[in-house]
Design a protein around this ligand. Structure first.
Ligand code: AMP
Ligand code: ZN
Length: 113
């Protein structure tokens, strides 16, 4: 998909702080974190929003949640985490490549400083 910020991040054309990657999924630190741990998890395949999930592409969602559980184990989020999806303009979605916010460690001081 041309001119899609998150497609470019997944392709390595725009730099990001990678947290996790496999054949289907790419995860990176949010540039404007809203929690001490804030990662964006995306399918490498361009899907515009959660409203565009179909029986043909829903494997991408399964792969995202498999990745989230792997990231949680690797990052020792044993106390838990939140997964947030903003869908469409009324849902607050600003980047039109479906993504899931993974937020954790709310027990730490926030905002920092
Ligand atoms: P949303 O509002 O749900 O569409 O979320 C988009 C998220 O992408 C926001 O939390 C932004 O801070 C984040 N974001 C935007 N550009 C970048 C970038 N270049 N690298 C990392 N995160 C980004
Ligand atoms: Zn895209």
């Amino acid at each position: 998909m041309e001119d899609c910020l998150f497609c470019k991040i997944a392709a390595g054309e725009i730099p990001s702080e990678k947290v996790y990657e496999n054949e289907y999924v790419y995860a990176f630190k949010d540039i404007d974190p809203q929690a001490p741990f804030h990662v964006i998890v995306i399918p490498k395949k361009h899907i515009k929003s959660a409203a565009d999930i179909t029986p043909e592409n829903s494997i991408e969602v399964a792969k995202i949640f498999e990745a989230i559980s792997e990231i949680a184990a690797k990052e020792k989020l044993e106390k838990g985490f939140r997964v947030v999806n903003n869908c469409g303009s009324d849902g607050g979605q600003t980047v039109n490549h479906m993504h899931f916010h993974l937020l954790a460690r709310r027990n730490l001081q926030w905002p920092p400083g």
